[in-house]
Design a protein around this ligand. Structure first.
Ligand SMILES: [Zn+2]
Ligand SMILES: [Zn+2]
Length: 301
C-alpha cells in the first residue's frame, strides 16, 4: 500500500496563474481525502485523475476565502458527475462560520440546479453534508475514520481567524500532518510528534517586513502566519523527517531566488531534514524511502 500526498494548491489570496488556491490531497489505495479547497482545486484534482465524486470528504482548516473558493465548484461538479457516486460531498470542519457558509452555499445556485435536475431527470440535490467538531488546543480530536485510516484535528493559532485547525492523517503507511494556516506554535509542534511528512504554511517574515514601511498592512499579515526561521527551529527540535512548505509568502514567482531564500531560512534555523518547497501538484509518497525524493514539479533539497 502507498499513501500519496499531493499539494493541490500552493496559493494565497492574491491571484497567481501558477498557483491554485490552498489544498492538499491525501490518497490511499481506497481513500481520497481533500484538505481545503481554494480556487481551481477541482482542476488540479482532475490533473491527477481524481474526479469530484471520488472524494471521501473535504476537511476545512479555517474560514478564509483562499481555502474555500473552490468548495462550490467541488460540490456542484460532484453532483453533475454524480451518477458514479451520488452521495453529497461530506465536509468536516471545526464549529464556527463554516456552518452558515455551508447552509447558504447552494442558495445562489437554486435556479440553475433546479433546471439541471429537471433536464437530467434527477431527484437528488447537490447540498453537501456538514460534520462539525469542537477543536481544542490541548487535545487531539478524532474527526473521521474508515478502516485503518483516521484523521485527527488540533486547534492552532491563526487569530483573528478562530477556530483554525491542523489535521493529522494516520494510515498504515505513516503519518501526515497538514498545518493549515497558523503561526509556529506548540500545538503544531506537539501534533507533529512522530509524523513522517508535515505540510506547513511558510511566510518569510524578515523579507516581508522590509516592505512593510510602504505597505503597513503587511505587519498584520505577518502576525498570523508561520515565520520561516521559527518554523525551521521547530522542525529541527521536533525532528520532522520531511517538511513540505506550501502557502508560500512571498510567492515563488515574486523573484528567481525566492525558492533559495525559503531554503536558506529553514537551514539557517537548524533544520536538516528533507525539505520540499512545493509547487502545485508536488507529490510525496509514504512510506518514505531512504533515498532522496524528487518530485516532478517540486524541489527536494
Ligand atoms: Zn490562507
Ligand atoms: Zn488563513
Amino acid at each position: 500500500m502507498t499513501t500519496t500526498v499531493v499539494i493541490t494548491g500552493t496559493g494565497v489570496p492574491q491571484v497567481d496563474p501558477t498557483c491554485a488556491g490552498a489544498g492538499v490531497l491525501v490518497r490511499t489505495e481506497n481513500h481520497h481525502l481533500q484538505f481545503d479547497a481554494g480556487r481551481a482545486t477541482a482542476m488540479r484534482l482532475a490533473e491527477v485523475g481524481v474526479r469530484p465524486p471520488m472524494l471521501d470528504a473535504l476537511f476545512v482548516t479555517h474560514h478564509h476565502s483562499d481555502h474555500l473558493l473552490g468548495v462550490t465548484d467541488l460540490v456542484i461538479s460532484r453532483w453533475i458527475e454524480g451518477r458514479i457516486n451520488p452521495a453529497p460531498l461530506p465536509i468536516v470542519a471545526p464549529s464556527g462560520p463554516i456552518e452558515a457558509f455551508v447552509e447558504h452555499l447552494m442558495q445562489p445556485w437554486q435556479a440553475d440546479l433546479e433546471l439541471r435536475a429537471g433536464h437530467l431527470e434527477r431527484n437528488d440535490r447537490a447540498n453537501p453534508v456538514l460534520s462539525t467538531f469542537e477543536a481544542t488546543h490541548d487535545n487531539d480530536t478524532e474527526v473521521w475514520s474508515d478502516g485503518d485510516v483516521r484523521v485527527l484535528a488540533r486547534r492552532v493559532h491563526h487569530e483573528p481567524v478562530d477556530p483554525a485547525v491542523a489535521y493529522r492523517v494516520e494510515t498504515p503507511d505513516g503519518v501526515v500532518v497538514i498545518s493549515g494556516d497558523t503561526i509556529v506554535c506548540d500545538e503544531v509542534a506537539e501534533f507533529c510528534a512522530g509524523a513522517d511528512v508535515v505540510v506547513h504554511e511558510a511566510f518569510r517574515k524578515d523579507l516581508v517586513l522590509e516592505f512593510a514601511a510602504h505597505l503597513p498592512h503587511l505587519r498584520h499579515v505577518a502576525e498570523y502566519h508561520a515565520d520561516t526561521k521559527q518554523l525551521g527551529a521547530m522542525a529541527a527540535e521536533v525532528g520532522i523527517p520531511t517538511l513540505v512548505l506550501t502557502h508560500l509568502i512571498p510567492a515563488l514567482s515574486a523573484s528567481p531566488d525566492m525558492e533559495a531564500g525559503f531554503v536558506d531560512d529553514l537551514r539557517s534555523a537548524g533544520y536538516q531534514g528533507e525539505l520540499v518547497i512545493a509547487r502545485d501538484l508536488t507529490t510525496v509518497e509514504l512510506p518514505r524511502r531512504t533515498s532522496a525524493t524528487t518530485t516532478p514539479q517540486g524541489a527536494a533539497t
